[in-house]
Design a protein around this ligand. Structure first.
Ligand code: ATP
Length: 234
């Protein structure tokens, strides 16, 4: 089995072996801070896709956005606290240990090399992240390394019509979660989840306005934020 997962030119035996492989969800993000929107999405997708594990991978230097307000270590600490009681969820700090920009494609490639063909990857993301994917480094090559699973809210569509993205999504569309395993080529699945209108931006705004973000994120994460006086609390 190759060290990464290209499912072309395989024999029938290799195809059925690929279909029996466990699926691992990859949940990247800044997590500044992690909140119930992230956790609920990971939980619902894990159940819908029958994932054996979801890896939370905080990004060190995100190429596409403002730099985080907290250190890499603090964001990793918050993720560790948030997922501590869920045996399915794991923290993976490889992007924090790497120099320079965190490119998702490099992360997926290194994970595949480590897994040595013993599992397939599903890159999990919200529709907002997917809408911006064409600005990611080597975005069209992402499918060489993982399925892409886009968590959608009921009735949600791409916010703006984007020809390249629309064409790519249609060309690689996977119709149902069951087909993720059966299909030997990686593809793009849209999966409905419960809409939770929570964002890290809103949580940071709550702090800035002197309001509490209680009940938008786990209590132990909020305790950590207060102990460390993060997000401009005085
Ligand atoms: P910020 O507000 O700082 O941009 P965020 O809350 O969107 O942060 P990120 O760490 O940027 O969180 O997002 C990581 C991933 O989680 C992305 O794929 C994003 O689409 C997804 N995500 C964030 N919030 C939600 C939510 N409420 N429901 C579903 N997915 C979410």
């Amino acid at each position: 089995m190759p060290s990464h997962l290209h499912f072309t030119s395989m024999t029938m035996g290799e195809i059925s072996q690929a279909q029996a492989l466990p699926l691992i969800g990859i949940m990247g993000g800044t997590f500044d801070p992690i909140h119930f929107g992230h956790l609920r999405m990971a939980q619902e997708l894990a159940e819908a896709l029958n994932l054996t594990e979801v890896r939370f991978i905080p990004s060190a230097t995100p190429p596409h956005r403002d730099q985080p307000m907290t250190s890499a270590q603090q964001r990793a600490d918050m993720v560790a606290l948030a997922i501590a009681d869920n045996p399915l969820f794991k923290l993976d700090t490889r992007e924090l240990e790497r120099e320079g920009y965190s490119y998702t494609i490099d992360t997926l490639q290194s994970l595949n090399e480590e897994l040595q063909g013993q599992a397939r990857l599903c890159l999990l993301m919200g529709m907002d992240a997917f809408a911006g994917i064409t600005s990611w480094h080597r975005w069209e090559a992402l499918l060489q390394f993982a399925h892409i699973v886009v968590a959608t809210r009921p009735g949600a569509t791409l916010p703006v019509s984007h020809t390249a993205l629309d064409a790519w999504s249609q060309q690689h569309a996977i119709a149902s979660a069951q087909l993720l395993r059966r299909q030997t080529e990686n593809g793009i699945l849209k999966q409905e989840i419960t809409a939770l209108d929570i964002s890290a931006t809103k949580i940071r705004e709550h702090f800035a306005e002197g309001k509490t973000p209680r009940y938008l994120l786990p209590g132990n994460v909020l305790e950590y934020i207060n102990q460390q006086t993060l997000y401009h609390q005085s």
